[in-house]
Design a protein around this ligand. Sequence first.
Ligand SMILES: [Zn+2]
Length: 281
Amino acid sequence: MRPILYHKLGSFELWFLSDGEIWLDGGAMFGVVPRVLWTKLVVPDEQNRVRLGMNPLLLRMGERYALVETGIDRKPGEKFRRIYGLGETHPILGQLALLGLEPSDISLVIHTHLHFDHAGLNTLWVDGKLRPTFPKARHLVQKQELEDALHPHERSRASYLPENIEPILEQFETVEGEQEVWPGLRVVPVPGHTLGMQAVEIHSEGQRFAYTADLIPTMAHAPLPYIMAYDLYPMTTLETRKRMYERWLEGHYLLGFTHEPGHPLGRLVRSEKGYRAEPVY
Ligand SMILES: [Zn+2]
């Protein structure tokens, strides 16, 4: 497992936690991009799967802690965990403990979207009951995303597990559109993967950062047409990318990638061939 990565950004402190890895079909991960092209960027295993990380982000501002995404669900049982190559325990809980934190120290959870690999630690089984993992946190999400998660259709149903949503309904706080959450911390809609997905931006002391959610799941996905087959609205992803790439390039944003398997911090670069991302150490 990747060690916790610490980064100071103005008056914010950032810890990129690691929720382990997940192996998914390379073809599905790169959509219409032919295998001969995407295999120049990542090496698939013998089942054509590629390795992905899960990188929830812990933020500190003053005495307040926020968690962006809660990682993958491990509750659905042994078969589910075997398919995705997951252990039974949640590494995030151990990493919070290492940093001297209890789940009850988290006052805010920001959801980019509510898919089971991003919101899976919202609840835990305790004494035969599903309990909120972060009992004192409000859970911030776009109104559209919560509605879609509560009313999934045939293509989205497998991604939204009610066990991560319904037991904490009272803790959700919905927003519509771009909104400042704390001074310098804002959520920005980035529709495409889902209609209600949001990115998280920090502006502090002249520095800028964006957690890109599944708009750019890994650095290999930065080129405009490298859009996952999982995206519900790929043409919307394309439009959103064009808009956000300009914003993030012009503002010299540092970017965080939710599914990058290694070092999760990078920047966008524009060349005559289009866009790509490169790591920042
Ligand atoms: Zn994802």
